[in-house]
Design a protein around this ligand. Sequence first.
Ligand code: FES
Length: 153
Amino acid sequence: APSSRVSLTVNGTRRTVTVDNRTSLLDLLREHLDLTGSKKGCNAGACGACTVLVDGQRVNSCLTLAVRLEGAEVTTIEGLAKGDELHPLQQAFIDEDAFQCGYCTPGQIMSGVGCIQEGHTNSPEEIREYMSGNVCRCGCYVKIVRAVEQTAA
Ligand code: FES
């Protein structure tokens, strides 16, 4: 299958990889760069477990073609903490006990960062609406919304 070389910045580090043209950003992260924090739930845009930021915009990485990302800046869950200091939303998830099994958590947090950056935090309903593409099988929605709300405040 045809492949291409793509250079992009992931969590502040410039990376150049050669990938099959059909490779998703999610597979690029997980299989080529060993960044397994972004999860593969449905691989079809329906669960949000793979959510990352591309040039500051929230995307489902399973639906994003890696070869389209020449020059892009990608932020994953691995890139949020500053050394030993968690991102405020990561800390809020701990403080609010906003997860059970944890599988959806990286995607929830990346989506929550997008929610806060885009300013969709004026009410719990607005947060819930923005985050509606992020499914939590354990049903932690109330606490997830509270963590985002608390971080935005
Ligand atoms: Fe991408 Fe489910 S794995 S939305």
